[in-house]
Write a protein that binds this ligand. Structure first.
Ligand SMILES: Nc1ncnc2c1ncn2[C@@H]1O[C@H](COP(=O)(O)OP(=O)(O)OP(=O)(O)O)[C@@H](O)[C@H]1O
Length: 318
C-alpha cells in the first residue's frame, strides 16, 4: 500500500459558519493503482487532493484525528518544510485543475523542466534535458520541436501533455491529477487518458485521478470512490461499480452520462438540489429515500467487497 487516508476531515471556517468539505474520509491506495475519485462540483474532491499535498490554507483546516500515511509515514505530522523538501514533487506530484494556465508563456517548454529541477536541487542540465526529452516522448510529443516551443504556440491538449510530463520529472511514486482532461474535447481527452494509462503501465506510478465525469473514471481507473457532500458514498472495483452501482447517487451519475448509458432514451439527470443537512446528505435528491434516510446518517456497509453508505444495505431499513 502506498497511501492510506484515515478519518480525514477538512473544514473551511467562514464568517457565516463552517463548511465541512471533507468528512471522515478513509481509503487505501495500492502501489501502481489508478484510483478515481468522482463526484459533482463541490463534493470535496479538490480539498481531498489538497490535504494530501498539505496545501490546505486559511480558512481551511485539517481537523484533529485526520491521518494520511504515505509509505507508512504520517505526512500530516511531518514538519511542513520537511514535507516540501522530501515529499512534494519528488515523491508525490500534482497535475492541478486548469493546469494548462500554470505554464509560463514567456518561457520555452524545456525551461519549465530546468526550473522545476533546479527548484528541487537537481542542477545537472544535461541530465534534465535527457530526462525531459524522454518524458516528452512518453507523452507522444516531439521532444525537440515542443521543447523549444513557447506554451502559447501549443494546443490545449499539447500543453496538458507537457504538464503531465513535468509532473513525472522527479520520478514520483504518486501523482494526483485533478480534472486533468476536463477542459479538453472528447477526442483529445481519450488520447490523453490512453497516454496516462500507458505511463502508469510503463513506470508503475500510482495515480489518484479526480474527475466529475464517471465515463472518464470508468475508462481510466481500476477502482472508483464516489464522493458526495464531502463523504464517501460508494467504493469498489470500477467494473463492478459501473455494472452494478449500489448507491442511488452512483446509479444517478451513470444514468445521466450518454457515453456509458448507450440507450439515449434512458438518459436521466439526477434530481437537482443541495446536500441535505439532516440524515443522509443525498436523501432529498434520492428516488429510493426511506423515512430513516431523513433522520439519520447512514454508516458505511460492506457489501461483497464493496463499500456503500446507504440504508438500503443495512438491517434497519424501514
Ligand atoms: N478556499 C476555500 N474557502 C472556502 N470554501 C472552500 C474553499 N475551497 C473549497 N471550499 C468549499 O468546500 C467544498 C468542497 O469544495 P471542493 O473544491 O473541494 O469540491 P470539488 O468536488 O473539488 O469541486 P470542484 O470540482 O468544483 O472544484 C465546497 O462547498 C466549496 O465551496
Amino acid at each position: 500500500m502506498i497511501l492510506r487516508v484515515e478519518n480525514l476531515s477538512v473544514s473551511y471556517y467562514m464568517e457565516y459558519g463552517k463548511i465541512e468539505a471533507v468528512k471522515n474520509v478513509t481509503f487505501d491506495l495500492e502501489k501502481g493503482e489508478i484510483l478515481s475519485i468522482i463526484g459533482e462540483s463541490g463534493s470535496g474532491k479538490s480539498t481531498l487532493a489538497k490535504a494530501i499535498l498539505r496545501a490546505i490554507r486559511y480558512p481551511g483546516k485539517i481537523e484533529e484525528g485526520s491521518k494520511i500515511f504515505f509509505n507508512g509515514t504520517d505526512i500530516l505530522s511531518m514538519k511542513e518544510s520537511d514535507f516540501k523538501r522530501e515529499i512534494l514533487w519528488k515523491r508525490i506530484s500534482y497535475v492541478p485543475q486548469s493546469s494548462q494556465n500554470s505554464l509560463n508563456n514567456t518561457m520555452r517548454v524545456i525551461d519549465h523542466f530546468y526550473d522545476t529541477a533546479v527548484s528541487h536541487g537537481v542542477n545537472d542540465k544535461e541530465e534534465v534535458k535527457r530526462t525531459a526529452k524522454e518524458l516528452l516522448k512518453m507523452v507522444r510529443l516531439d521532444p525537440d520541436r515542443v521543447g523549444k516551443a513557447y506554451p502559447f504556440q501549443l494546443s490545449g491538449g499539447m500543453k496538458q501533455r507537457v504538464i503531465i510530463a513535468l509532473s513525472l520529472l522527479l520520478n514520483p511514486e504518486l501523482i494526483i491529477m485533478d480534472e486533468a482532461v476536463s477542459s479538453l474535447d472528447v477526442a483529445t481527452q481519450r488520447y490523453i487518458l490512453e497516454i496516462i494509462k500507458d505511463i502508469n503501465k510503463k513506470t508503475g506510478v500510482s495515480i489518484i485521478f479526480i474527475t466529475h465525469d464517471i465515463s472518464i473514471a470508468a475508462f481510466i481507473s481500476s477502482r472508483i470512490i464516489v464522493m458526495y457532500a464531502g463523504e464517501i458514498m460508494e467504493e469498489g472495483k470500477t467494473e463492478e461499480v459501473i455494472k452494478n452501482p449500489l448507491h442511488p447517487y452512483t446509479a444517478g451519475l451513470i444514468n445521466s452520462v450518454p457515453s456509458i448509458n448507450s440507450n439515449v432514451s434512458q438518459i436521466k439527470p439526477i434530481k437537482e438540489g443541495y446536500a441535505s443537512i439532516e440524515g443522509c446528505p443525498f436523501n432529498n435528491r434520492c428516488e429510493k429515500a426511506m423515512e430513516i434516510c431523513k433522520l439519520s446518517e447512514p454508516p458505511i456497509y460492506n457489501v461483497n467487497n464493496r463499500k456503500v453508505r446507504c440504508f438500503l444495505y443495512g438491517d434497519n431499513k424501514a
